[in-house]
Ligand binder design. Structure first.
Ligand code: PLP
Length: 372
C-alpha cells in the first residue's frame, strides 16, 4: 500500500490552516527550479515587494522565511535580544506566552504583562511596565488566535517609543485579513504565517525587520544563538546583487506563497478586510440564535477568528463529539479551545479564501442538523 492515499476534501474553519485557492495549489505543482536559479531569485524579489505592501512597510529586509510562523517568532526575538537584555511581553493567550518562552530561552530577562484570556492587554499596564523596566524590546500579539482578540497597537507602540525600545509584533493571523501598518505603527520586527489569511499551505513565515532593527543586529556583541535564523546570514541569500547559498529554499512552498500574495494584491487589501468583517458578522448572526455566545466583546473581536462559548446542547452531546461529527459527516473542521479555554469554547476561523458567505452557511446548516 502506498503511503500517500486519497484524502478527504475538508472545509477548514479552524484556527488555521485555511483552504488554499486552486491558483495556489496550481502554483505548487509547477516544475522545480534551483534555489539560485535567476528566475527563482527574481520571483523572490517580486515576492518580497508584495509582502512589503501587505505589511505596510518599506523595510528592505522583508522576506519569506523558510519555516512556520513559530520560526518567524523566534527569528524576531533571537535576532533582537542578547543574553541579559530586558523584554516586556504582553500575554493574553497561547502565543504571547510562547513569545515570552522564546525570549527566556534566548537568555533575556522577561517581564510579562498578563491579561485574562479573551480580553485585550491593558495599554496602561503595558505602558507602566515599559516605563518601569525600560526594556530593549517590547513584544505582543496583534491577533491572538487562541482567543480571537485583536490587540490595538498604537498606545503600546507609543509607550515603547518613549523609552526607545524596539517593538516586535506577531501578525501571524492578522496579515491580509486586517490592516497591518508596520511603518505607521513604528514596528521593528514582525512575522506572519502562510496558512491563515494568505490561504497558502503552512510552512512559510513572511517576516519584516526595520532598518533600525538591522543596525541593532549588526552591533550585537554576541552571535545570534540560532544559526538558521541569524538575519545577517540570511541576508546573503535574500538581499544584495549577488546571492549566495544559505539554505535550500522551499521552492514549491514559495511558488504557493507567491500565488497567494498575488491573489491578495489583485483583490485589494481594503476589499479583503471588508470581506473578512462581513463574513464574521454573518457567522455571529447565525450562531447567536443557536445559543453560542461570543467570548470577546464586540470592539475587540478579530474578524478572521471568532471564539464562542458553547450552548448547553453542545455540552450535553460533548463538544469534542460534535466537532468530530462536523468533521466526519460534513467535512468541516472547527477548532477547540486551548489552555484554560479547552472544552469551553470553539474557535471558528474564516480566514482568507474562507471568509465568504458560502462556508459560513455550510457550517450553520451542519450545526442546525446536529443540534436542532
Ligand atoms: N502566532 C500566532 C498568533 C499563531 O496563531 C500561530 C499559529 O497558529 C503562531 C504564532 C505559530 O505559527 P505556526 O503554527 O505556523 O508555527
Amino acid at each position: 500500500m502506498p503511503i500517500l492515499r486519497p484524502l478527504p476534501e475538508r472545509l477548514l474553519l479552524g484556527p488555521g490552516p485555511s483552504n488554499a485557492h486552486p491558483s495556489v495549489l496550481e502554483a505548487m505543482g509547477r516544475p522545480l527550479v534551483g534555489h539560485l536559479d535567476p528566475e527563482f531569485i527574481a520571483l523572490l524579489d517580486r515576492l518580497k515587494a508584495g509582502l512589503r505592501t501587505l505589511f505596510g512597510t518599506s523595510n528592505a529586509m522583508t522576506l519569506p522565511l523558510s519555516a512556520t510562523g513559530s520560526a518567524g517568532m523566534e527569528a524576531a526575538l533571537v535576532n533582537l535580544l542578547e543574553p541579559g537584555d530586558t523584554v516586556v511581553v504582553g500575554v493574553n493567550g497561547v502565543f504571547g506566552g510562547r513569545m515570552a518562552e522564546v525570549a527566556r530561552r534566548a537568555g533575556a530577562v522577561v517581564t510579562t504583562v498578563e491579561a485574562t484570556w479573551g480580553t485585550i492587554l491593558d495599554a496602561t499596564e503595558m505602558a507602566d511596565a515599559i516605563s518601569f523596566v525600560r526594556p530593549r524590546v517590547v513584544a505582543f500579539v496583534h491577533a491572538e488566535t487562541s482567543t480571537g482578540v485583536c490587540q490595538p497597537v498604537e498606545a503600546i507602540a507609543q509607550a515603547a517609543k518613549q523609552v526607545d525600545a524596539m517593538l516586535i509584533l506577531d501578525c501571524v493571523t492578522s496579515l491580509a485579513g486586517r490592516p497591518v501598518e508596520l511603518d505607521t505603527w513604528g514596528i521593528d520586527a514582525a512575522y506572519s504565517g502562510s496558512q491563515k489569511c494568505l490561504s497558502c499551505s503552512p510552512g512559510m513565515s513572511p517576516v519584516s525587520f526595520s532598518d533600525r532593527a538591522i543596525e541593532h543586529i549588526q552591533k550585537r556583541k554576541t552571535p545570534v544563538q540560532s544559526w538558521f535564523l541569524d538575519l545577517s546570514l540570511l541576508a546573503g541569500y535574500y538581499a544584495g546583487a549577488k546571492r549566495t547559498y544559505h539554505h535550500t529554499a522551499p521552492i514549491t512552498a514559495t511558488y504557493g506563497l507567491a500565488a497567494g500574495v498575488d491573489r491578495v494584491l489583485e483583490e485589494g487589501l481594503e476589499a479583503r478586510f471588508e470581506r473578512h468583517t462581513s463574513a464574521a458578522k454573518r457567522l455571529i448572526e447565525g450562531l447567536e440564535p443557536m445559543g453560542f455566545e461570543c467570548l470577546v466583546r464586540a470592539e475587540d473581536r478579530l474578524p478572521m477568528l471568532t471564539s464562542v462559548r458553547l450552548p448547553e446542547r453542545v455540552g450535553t452531546l460533548g463538544e469534542a463529539a460534535v466537532r468530530t461529527r462536523l468533521l466526519d459527516d460534513f467535512g468541516i473542521e472547527v477548532g477547540g479551545g486551548l489552555g484554560p479555554l479547552a472544552g469551553a469554547i470553539w474557535r471558528i476561523g474564516l480566514m482568507g479564501e474562507n471568509a465568504r458567505p458560502e462556508p459560513v452557511d455550510r457550517l450553520l446548516e451542519a450545526l442546525h442538523e446536529i443540534l436542532d
